[in-house]
Design a protein around this ligand. Sequence first.
Ligand code: SF4
Ligand code: SF4
Length: 123
Amino acid sequence: MRRPGAIWRELVKNLRRKPATVLYPAERLEIPENFRGRPVFNPATCIGCMMCVRDCPAKAVKIEKVGEKKFSCTFYLDRCIYCGQCSDSCVKKSITMSHEFELACFDRSTLVDTKKEDAQAAK
Ligand code: SF4
Ligand code: SF4
């Protein structure tokens, strides 16, 4: 059983420590280089191999053909678990994990993120 004075010793010890948290959003911590934020698609290099779709554990990626050798990509960010598997699986490095993490919103439909080259370029 703990002695009653133990809590005071613990309190005094912690009063001298720096806080482990920061006053977000006024203060921000540096984001680590390998942080996995919102996935980003580069349509210029995608070959439509579908490895990202096959390997996504959350079924959060959709690749669609939009023209001759042109593909669009949709991320369902409300389902995405930010694991980075799509990026790891992509042989053409068409998907990268950004450092963007402030994705909270009131409208879930805004979390459907589609990227493709413009229609003229896709022809
Ligand atoms: S794995 Fe890469 S190249 Fe293949 S469809 Fe997905 S984004 Fe495109
Ligand atoms: S980061 Fe993970 S969950 Fe999100 S789209 Fe890529 S593979 Fe799917």
